[in-house]
Design a protein around this ligand. Sequence first.
Ligand SMILES: Nc1ncnc2c1ncn2[C@@H]1O[C@H](COP(=O)(O)OP(=O)(O)O)[C@@H](O)[C@H]1O
Ligand SMILES: [Mg+2]
Length: 251
Amino acid sequence: MIEIKNLHKSFGSLEVIKGIDLHIDEHEIVSIVGKSGAGKTTLLQLIGTLYQPDSGSIEIAGRDVLRLSRRELSKFRNEHLGFIFQFHQLLPEFTALENVMIPGMIARRSHKELENEARRLLDFMGLAHREHHKPAELSGGEAQRVAVARALINHPDVVLADEPSGSLDTQNKQELHQLFFRLREETGQTFVIVTHDEELARQTDRRIVMTDGRLDNGVAGNDAALVDSEEAGFNSEKGEKDSEKAEKTIE
Ligand SMILES: Nc1ncnc2c1ncn2[C@@H]1O[C@H](COP(=O)(O)OP(=O)(O)O)[C@@H](O)[C@H]1O
Ligand SMILES: [Mg+2]
């Protein structure tokens, strides 16, 4: 579903993405973890075609996205990608139902069909009773689930989420995470989730660690990758202690 080769990106003289290769299968739920400043958001924005890389290639759903014109790109994003951010970024003047419908309106889908589908999605999220509420009248967890419904309305191939539960309390966090897995079962979407939440990361099909602009390939699932891998060595007891420390520093 996603094929990235030798990706590089700098902001001015600051090299942020330093040669990334990544393959993500259809229906896969992948998490990307790593310290703040490692380049996770930049990588996600590159996959989301919101930034142009300096070099390398990105293929999504069989399309070489770097060859698309600006106009083709916005159409591609609207039809193939769903975005979920740390803060819901719903439009305050519109109801939950309308917010969910907006990407479909941009895609010029029929109003009736769109409304039915937005209702169905909100229902699936346990929000049927909230469809006429505006974002300010929703709890953080509810607003974030509306944002998930909005990300899904155009049946994207890939959902990109940047710290989606970063602003939620434990209960809402767990509900949101379970929702991702339920959605994959229902709709077969591919998810790329940047997260600091180790519990979520461990539940995903693959946990990828990003360190200083690179992916630590081959050590997925190993917390020691969060610290200097040489220092952690083969001493698993020490590795565990170090990784606890590392998790604290990134939180
Ligand atoms: N638009 C930008 N312009 C300049 N520097 C940026 C920009 N976006 C991110 N950076 C820098 O790139 C580095 C990686 O940032 P980011 O991708 O946000 O990391 P993460 O999401 O892992 O915390 C940081 O040093 C950050 O300051
Ligand atoms: Mg970030």
